[in-house]
Ligand binder design. Structure first.
Ligand SMILES: [Zn+2]
Length: 444
């Protein structure tokens, strides 16, 4: 039995069912699980002093493409809209292999961890040159991050009227076979699981209607979740209407892509009827505010979604369209965008933080994460309120209005992954060196 006690936190934002905020309180962790939250707790085990700190649940990232950390700020893609941006990047991604997938995932996940994230999903939809989903699973496992990789796919290449070059698309039978392989090999449905696999055809414009339908059937058969990009921008809506004769919400519903086991990235252009559909079916949304700004896609109707009871989490999205992987900044941006659209009282700092933690955990079907309560997993972010960003703050719990934007300590399943602002589990400077060498080789 291993016990850890976080002692004397200035404030704990529990995100529990009544959103309690406890001052001068402790958290007792046993074997990866929270056993007590309250005052004057004791242990025979390890004690971490959390005085001068704000403690929150670990943040949850519901949408990412980790491999893209190798294509940040690519010149030809810096100012393009979604479709043009993709066409710039596809030929570069076609040169990736297993090493690129592994290293870029370590960088992306370490970056997330430093911003307070303890659980991340990933959407990997291209497998060139022998790359496999387990390249990213090994990266997460070495780092100690709770991970929900999704087996993405593209099957309609340029010669069939699709957007990606033919070299990046796969045969649909092979895609389904590999989906079965990775679920059987890596999906762990148990409570406290460190790895759950999802199925994730890239988007309605890069796979066939049949693959969308078959992936949904397979996911239900295996008891895993479904994920894709949906209603990202105006081009996306126009494509859906031209190709399928309906809006994205209708397309998703017709093919079995709604329900509590489904979450869609972006949803910037959902209309009122689609918001009702998502609410009724308990379909989740991964809101990616910085990526939506970067690609000029628009402001997702998050206020309307939340008011309608739609489950909303945050996504950093791929670093080719962000290009930053700090999830705390994403939460801040989510709050600011709703204020731009709906006024200064449209979203509080606490609500944005709730979306970033408990909200994201619910989207990923992880009600065992995202809240600091007895019985939940010990995924915990500790923020130093003695830092410059907090100096003079009258309410450190309004973290997103001031700061900090990086953690002091981070625990995942009770294991310390960040200590005093540094990753403990991997040699990060060496990984950064490796990543830069790979990026230089891709530019050559
Ligand atoms: Zn994406």
């Amino acid at each position: 039995m291993t016990e850890i006690l976080l002692k004397n936190a200035d404030l704990i934002l529990t995100m529990d069912d009544t959103r309690r905020e406890l001052s001068g309180a402790d958290i007792l962790i046993r074997d990866g699980q929270i056993v007590q939250v309250g005052k004057d707790l004791h242990t025979q085990g390890e004690v971490h002093d959390a005085s001068g700190c704000l403690v929150t649940p670990g943040l949850v990232n519901t949408h990412h493409h980790l491999y893209q950390t190798l294509t940040r700020a690519v010149p030809g893609g810096q100012d393009a809209l979604l479709f043009g941006w993709l066409q710039t990047l596809y030929p570069i991604w076609a040169r990736f292999g297993p090493d690129e997938m592994f290293t870029s995932a370590q960088i992306g996940l370490a970056e997330l961890a430093l911003s307070g994230c303890t659980l991340s999903s990933d959407h990997l939809y291209l497998y060139p040159n022998g790359a496999r989903l387990e390249d990213t699973i090994s990266a997460a496992s070495e780092l100690g991050m709770r991970f929900h990789p999704t087996r993405g796919a593209m099957s309609i290449g340029e010669s069939d009227g699709g957007l990606p070059p033919d070299i990046l698309v796969e045969d649909e039978t092979a895609i389904l076979d590999d989906m079965i392989r990775v679920v059987d090999a890596f999906h762990d449905p148990s409570e406290g699981s460190m790895c759950r696999v999802g199925l994730a055809p890239c988007s309605p414009f890069s796979v066939s209607r049949e693959l969308m339908r078959d992936a949904a059937l397979l996911a239900r058969d295996k008891g895993v979740m479904l994920h894709t990009h949906l209603a990202e921008n105006d081009e996306d809506i126009a494509y859906s209407q031209a190709q399928f004769g309906c809006r994205p919400g209708q397309y998703a519903e017709d093919l079995g892509w709604t329900g509590p086991d489904v979450w869609h990235a972006h949803c910037v252009k959902l209309d009122g009827a689609e918001i009702d559909l998502f609410s009724r079916t308990k379909t989740g949304v991964a809101h990616c505010p910085c990526s939506n700004c970067r690609l000029g896609s628009g402001i997702a109707p998050v206020r309307a979604m939340r008011d309608a009871g739609v489950k909303v989490g945050l996504g950093a999205d791929g670093p080719a369209s962000n290009d930053n992987g700090n999830l705390m900044l994403e939460a801040r941006q989510a709050m600011l965008l709703q204020r731009v659209a709906n006024g200064a009282d449209a979203m509080s700092a606490r609500e944005a933080l709730e979306i970033a933690t408990r909200g994201g955990a619910d989207v990923l079907g992880r009600t065992d994460c995202g809240r600091l309560m007895p019985g939940k997993r010990a995924d915990i972010a500790v923020w130093d309120t003695g830092c410059i960003e907090s100096a003079g703050s009258w309410d450190p719990a309004a973290l997103l209005l001031a700061g900090p934007m990086t953690v002091k300590h981070l625990f995942v399943e009770g294991r310390q992954v960040v200590r005093d602002g540094h990753i403990t589990t991997i040699d990060l400077p060496r990984v950064i060196e490796r990543q830069n060498a790979l990026a230089r080789a891709l530019q050559a």
